[in-house]
Design a protein around this ligand. Structure first.
Ligand SMILES: *Cc1c(COP(=O)(O)O)cnc(C)c1O
Length: 455
């Protein structure tokens, strides 16, 4: 444990801040990186050190850290009308415009949008909507929620129950009735001799079996990220959504796409479901929605769920749910600008333009004998560290290999994220070729240094 000077930023951070999702031994040893501002895809700390943030903050700062147009949209709205709610038949003009815009850029020709402050709350809200709908339509027992192992859907009690990560056991979660299917990661979960098509078929059969066992009439919905993000950037196996959606349809179970990371361009299309060619019954959006400038999430209901939810609400004259800041005018104004920037200022185009360079960089680093697999889609990617490539044997977890790689990257001015045994990259959409090359050069130095120690 390092002793930091009293009154240093490190000591002050450590004394008064309770950290979430933070490796405490690393923080105690290295000190918290305290940041003051950003420049494009770089962030700058209190000592003036610059870091290329290859994680877009937390997947969300897609336009970088000093986008003038986005900040102006916020400032203008703060001057015009700095806050309001969306209860009791009142809402801001920005809220009206954003819902219209979201349906316009969604895969739906019509639908309705409901706002929250976060992705977790949007998933939570969607579950409440399904429970509300099923009671209204005479199926009060239809409450179970299906997700996958390794899924990340958030941290509220319900969204943490949907999340398929072992760490939630420290809270005594998941709640009953939240069931997790196999993660569609062929490289890790495929059985010896099994082809990718056979793997996908096995997962589809597992879903069918689970529905039969639990009873279709007890299940409220199936939630899936098009590409799993915080599970370690895991694209679905070939044909996965095409295999599971007919099963869900047959049993009348809605498919909800959690597009909190994939949505708004990350995978190279506006929505991850478009990249993987399926149409979900509803979409959950957050993170890139305000390009990271405002806390906001949205539930986007497709036509069928929108009509049925509207009818269910009409039947009791209101939907008794909402957050004080749901549809906040400043958040909505920023989101309108963010969508404009993604569509019309070349951000989505840049994701598409950079993707081949990104994939080539990942593939090249994956030639390292201690990288078992590279994977990704659009501008989200991961490299998985292994002790033995041929047998896919992981490093002992107490070696903290991915944390060491990420810490070494930080020492070289690159921020990337350790996730399990993987290193995750999800650069901002504004990156240049030179910045992408810098990212891979720095990561390569760190990989070589750490593997030389532990390999
Ligand atoms: C981040 C994330 C969430 C939770 O969003 P918060 O704003 O952190 O509550 C939900 N789903 C996915 C896929 C996410 O990546």
């Amino acid at each position: 444990m390092t002793t930091f000077t009293p009154q240093s930023w490190e000591s002050r951070a450590d004394a008064y801040s309770f950290y979430g999702f933070t490796d405490l031994p690393s923080v105690h040893q290295r000190g918290t990186v305290v940041l003051t501002h950003g420049e494009g895809p770089y962030v700058v700390d209190v000592n003036g050190r610059r870091y290329l943030d290859a994680n877009s903050g937390l997947w969300n700062m897609i336009a970088g850290f000093d986008h003038a147009g986005l900040a102006d949209a916020a400032k203008d709205q703060y001057d015009r009308f700095p806050g309001y709610h969306a209860f009791f038949g009142r809402m801001s003009d920005q809220t009206v415009m954003l819902s219209e815009k979201l349906i316009q850029v969604s895969p739906y020709d019509r639908g309705r949008v409901f706002y929250t402050n976060s992705g977790s709350e949007a998933n939570d809200t969607m579950v409440k909507m399904l429970w509300f709908l099923n009671r209204s339509e005479g199926r009060p027992q239809a409450r179970k929620i299906l997700t996958r192992v390794n899924a990340y859907h958030g941290v509220t009690v319900v969204s943490a129950s949907m999340t398929g990560k072992p760490y939630n056991s420290v809270f005594g979660l998941p709640l009953d009735g939240f069931l997790h299917l196999t993660c569609p990661h062929y490289w890790r979960e495929g059985q010896p001799g099994e082809t990718e098509a056979e793997f996908t078929a096995r997962l589809a059969q597992e879903l069918e079996d689970m529905i039969q066992r639990e009873g279709a009439d007890t299940i409220a919905g199936f939630f899936a990220e098009p590409v799993m993000g915080a599970g370690g950037v895991i694209p679905p196996s070939e044909g996965y959504f095409q295999a599971i959606q007919p099963i869900l349809k047959k049993h009348g179970i809605p498919l909800i796409a959690d597009e909190v990371i994939c949505g708004l361009g990350r995978t190279g299309e506006m929505w991850g479901c478009q990249t993987y060619d399926f149409t979900p019954d509803a979409i959950i959006s957050s993170k890139a929605l305000t390009a990271g400038l405002f806390p906001m999430g949205a539930v986007i209901l497709g036509p069928d769920l929108s009509d049925r939810m509207q009818a269910a609400a009409e039947a009791i004259e209101e939907f008794p749910h909402g957050f004080t800041a749901s549809g906040h005018p400043v958040g909505c104004a920023i989101a309108l600008k963010a969508i404009d920037v993604i569509e019309n200022e070349g951000l989505l185009d840049n994701v598409r333009r950079l993707t081949p360079r990104f994939e080539a960089g990942l593939a090249q680093l994956a030639e390292n004998p201690n990288i078992g697999e590279w994977r990704g889609k659009g501008l989200m990617g991961a490299l998985e560290a292994v002790k033995d490539k041929a047998n896919k044997t992981p490093f002992a977890s107490d070696l903290s290999v991915s944390e060491r790689i990420a810490n070494t990257c930080t020492d070289h001015g690159l921020i990337c994220r350790p996730l399990g045994q993987s290193i995750v990259l999800c650069p901002p959409f504004i990156m240049t070729d030179a910045q992408m090359d810098e990212m891979f050069e720095k990561l390569e130095v760190a990989l070589k240094a750490v593997f030389a120690e532990v390999g």
